[in-house]
Every structure is written in structure tokens, then in C-alpha cells.
Design a protein around this ligand. Structure first.
Ligand SMILES: [Ca+2]
Ligand SMILES: [Ca+2]
Ligand SMILES: [Ca+2]
Length: 214
């Protein structure tokens, strides 16, 4: 009986696994490059859009946990300027949804921003970004979006579940036969079966032997 409980427990565990959906960590990235780089003049701004729908993002299956933007910016070093020390300073800010992030002084390099809210990306798979100059002018070369998400694993189709169910029922039946068969049969029953079988086969064997000799 102990074995029977173990088997039934195993079947229940597998069935439980089939019914439960689990989350898989996924990372989406989207690159927007500017050729030539976008010029952001003093007090002006430039906008672009990231799209992770074409990278496999599914708003109903993916739950975003973190979103980061990495921008490549450069100040517009004017080599024709007479005095190298009189270069102006550039400052920028990034606006995503209702949030604005200060980028500080712009030189040449990568500027990373971790977003605190990303409702639009979660709902539509799209992210509209605005880069503004809060002082001086500079160039925007491109933006890389990195979004981490938890993806709900697809639930097996009804046909697959039906097949699996049939297999499990078959396994349970086989296990039951093995478990209860040995205990339920008495020695006499076994003997009876063996004798019946032998009785059924022997005459045939004798007949064949006689036929072969004749
Ligand atoms: Ca994309
Ligand atoms: Ca600068
Ligand atoms: Ca400048």
C-alpha cells in the first residue's frame, strides 16, 4: 500500500506541475542609432522611440522588472575655436513619460539611466524618449534600451494535456497491477494458471511432433 501512495503522489505532483504556470527571466534590448548623429542645439530637444515588440515582447506574458537606457553623446568640440579654454559646457536631461532625469555635463561617452517608471513600455512595448539640452549644444549618436522581464511559461495545449493524462492513467493502471497483483494472487491461483497454460500448449506440441515424424 505504501508503494501505491507513492505512485499516486507522483501522479498528483506531475498533474500539479502541468496546471501551474512558472516565470522565466528574459532580457529584451533595442538599439536606435543615428546616422548622422542628431544635433541638439541649446535649449532644444530630440526624440526617438524604442520598440521591443519586434524583439518578441508580449505585454500580456511579460512583466518588466527593470529598464535601462544607455546613450552615446558627445559635445560639439569646435576645432575652429580660437581659444581652446573657452569651450562652452553642455548639459542634458532625459524625459521618459512623466519622469525627467538629469544627465549632468555632456562630454563624450556613454550615459546610463535606470528608469523608475516604464508604464508605456509595459503596456505597448514602445518607449518614447526625449533628450533635451539644458545648456550648450551637443550630439546624440544613439540609444540602447535594456529591459529585464519575467515571462510566464506557456500552459500546455489541451491536446498535450489529454495525451499526458492518458499516459499517466496508463502508468497508474500498470503500477496498480504490479502492486496489487502479487499480493492478491494466491499460490494456488498461480499454479492453476501455469497448469492451464501448459495443458493448452502440450497437446499442440505433441501433434506437431507426430506430424513431423509421419
Ligand atoms: Ca526593436
Ligand atoms: Ca562638455
Ligand atoms: Ca557644445
Amino acid at each position: 500500500m505504501k508503494k501505491a501512495y507513492t505512485l499516486l503522489g507522483g501522479v498528483a505532483f506531475v498533474l500539479g506541475m502541468v496546471g501551474t504556470a512558472w516565470a522565466i527571466p528574459v532580457t529584451y534590448s533595442d538599439l536606435v542609432l543615428m546616422f548622422p548623429p542628431a544635433y541638439v542645439s541649446e535649449g532644444e530637444s530630440t526624440t526617438w522611440q524604442h520598440d521591443i515588440n519586434d524583439d518578441g515582447f508580449n505585454p500580456s506574458a511579460d512583466t518588466l522588472s527593470s529598464v535601462r537606457l544607455t546613450l552615446l553623446l558627445s559635445d560639439d568640440l569646435d576645432v575652429s575655436m580660437a581659444c581652446w579654454w573657452s569651450h562652452e559646457l553642455e548639459y542634458g536631461s532625459l524625459t521618459v513619460g512623466s519622469e525627467t532625469y538629469d544627465l549632468g555635463e555632456i562630454d563624450f561617452g556613454l550615459y546610463r539611466v535606470s528608469l523608475s517608471a516604464f508604464v508605456q513600455l509595459q503596456d505597448q512595448g514602445l518607449l518614447d524618449v526625449t533628450l533635451s539640452s539644458t545648456g550648450g549644444d551637443f550630439y546624440f549618436w544613439g540609444s540602447q534600451l535594456t529591459a529585464r522581464a519575467e515571462q510566464v511559461a506557456p500552459v500546455p495545449e489541451p491536446q498535450t494535456m489529454l495525451l499526458l493524462g492518458c499516459g499517466l492513467i496508463g502508468l497508474a493502471g500498470l503500477g496498480r497491477k504490479r502492486l496489487f497483483g502479487s499480493g492478491g494472487e494466491t499460490k494456488n491461483t498461480r499454479r492453476f494458471v501455469r497448469h492451464s497454460l501448459l495443458r493448452g500448449i502440450r497437446p499442440n506440441l505433441k501433434q506437431r511432433k507426430n506430424q513431423a515424424l509421419a
